[in-house]
Design a protein. Sequence first.
Length: 652
Amino acid sequence: MTTPATPPATESAPPAAGILPPSRSLSPNPFIVAVILLLIGLIGFGGYRASEYQGMQTLRTDAGHRLDLFAAAVDGIVNRYAHIPATIQLNEEVLGALHPARGTASVQAANRFLQHLNSHIGSIAIFVVDERGFVIASSNWNDPDNSFVGEDLSFRSYFLEGLAGRVGRHFAIGITRGEPGYFVSHPIRHGNRVVGVAVIKISLAPLDKAWDLLGAPALISDSNGVVILSSVPEWRYTALSPLPLDTRVDISMSRLYNGGPIGDFPVSVNAAPGPEGQIVHMKLGTPPPGVARSRNHVDAGGSYLVHGRGLQDVGWRLLIFSDLRPVRAQAFGHGALAAVATGFVLLLLLVVAQRRRIVRQKLEAKELLEQANAQLESKVARRTKALTDTNARLRKEVAERQQAEQTLRAAQDELVQAAKLAVLGQLAAGITHELAQPLGAVRTLSGNAVEFMKRGNLSTVEQNLGIIARLADQMGRIITPLKTFARKSPAIPAPTDVAHAVGAALFLLDQRLSTSGVTVDNRCEAEQAIAWCDQNRLEQVLINLIRNAADAMADSEHKTLTIEATPGTDGSLELSIADTGCGLPDAGALFEPFFTTKPAGEGLGLGLAISRDIVREFGGDLRAENRPEGGARFILNLPAAPGENALPDADQ
Ligand code: ADP
């Protein structure tokens, strides 16, 4: 037999894990994270700066517009009546009042004129100063508490300017009531000589209502750089930058700010900040009365963008402090938005990249899996082919073996048949003897019948023919078992009555046993032991065993053959053939083919070997033993027929 092909050790399948690529870590690279964070920070900062720049540009434009608007308002308030002093010299009463020889009536007339004029245009006061600096006539002449009449204003700049023949105009705080105002003076000439100065004091109170136009803290500084008006009360009368000594002296002498102290502005501010403006950081004080806290006032310190604008005619500068915090808050919002958007986009890119990486890894794994699958399939195909080949070889071997078995079986059958014929040959003499007597009687009776027929004794003829018929039946009964025994038939197991088979074997050997003087003790009863075997073959076995027993007892004094069927274990049957012969030879090869103790020509030594083969073919067995009392016993172990119980107990 060929050994099935075993696959080479190198073909063993690799572990599944081995074919997959090592899974790359999906945790983000710290360097990439740092770069992303840096990028987010930079873009956020860039967004902040861009938004801040844009906001400041808007703030500048807005502040410019508001400054223009406010400047127009200031110009309107200040210049609307600036020409009034120039016209006063045209008034005769005023000129009369300034005349050295003036009378009370002319002064009074001038007072009334000025009073009338002042009430008509709504300024604070209009008054006339003589060339010494004393007020000669004033619109408020009849107000005992506030009247300027008689006051020495020679220290005022507007007086000095007017006396010098020029138009004087500046801010100053009133001496009488401390009321601030804008003073415009004009010389009063008599001929070529300046005989006095006409002055109008314009109220700046309307400006306080105009701060709202600016919508942010603002101030107006005069030509000295001193804040004269502001939406923030604390800022008033502070110097934007330290004042030079001579300016301080001038201010003190002219009592421009009523002699009050000039403080320092909270921060150093350039009075002319330029188009880009100046950024300052400071805290504002309490808001000015009437100014909405939310628009013009900031409690906490903050950054402000300072824009300025000159008010040409009056020599003032208007400064507006735009709060940068909303701009910066908005810029911060935009920066944060840009950072978040950048973060989102980068995250999206990362997710997309990650997904692509995962998909790529999956594709690679799939490809590797397909490769491994293909390898596995080719391996399976190779192995299948090897197995198919082996299978075909095995089938061929099985067929050969079956063929050999068939040949062997045929040979066995032939052998059995040969052994059977050999037995028949040995039985032939006895059978011939058995047949000789009836045949002789037939011949005699038939001859007699012919004679009696000639004589017409038909009744005797009929009697003879009856005897002949019975003898023919007797011969037939002798021949039938022989025919049955000699028949070459395949061994087909079937329910077989053991007693029947024993009877048939004894019948065939009857002549032999009786001539040998063997007493047969057949204890088998019909239909008591039904074995599962082939009756013909069982008879052959029994004939072998009975003949051997008869041979063994040839020299025995007592020749008794005992045959009985007993229940065996496992529902089988035990058929025992016991003799009183010489007993079994010592040699252990009793069942070996060609073992015989008989003289040449009498035994072939095949009887027991063939008998055991026949019994084993039915699924039974044959064994031999010596009897204690002498002689041998052969025990046939036979399977009981299906549905048949073992033999009843002997005592039943
Ligand atoms: P053969 O009868 O041709 O010798 P067998 O196989 O039938 O061949 O028998 C083999 C031998 O077994 C016999 O020669 C004989 O020595 C021995 N033998 C068989 N049956 C008996 C028996 N009943 N008692 C003693 N010896 C026996």
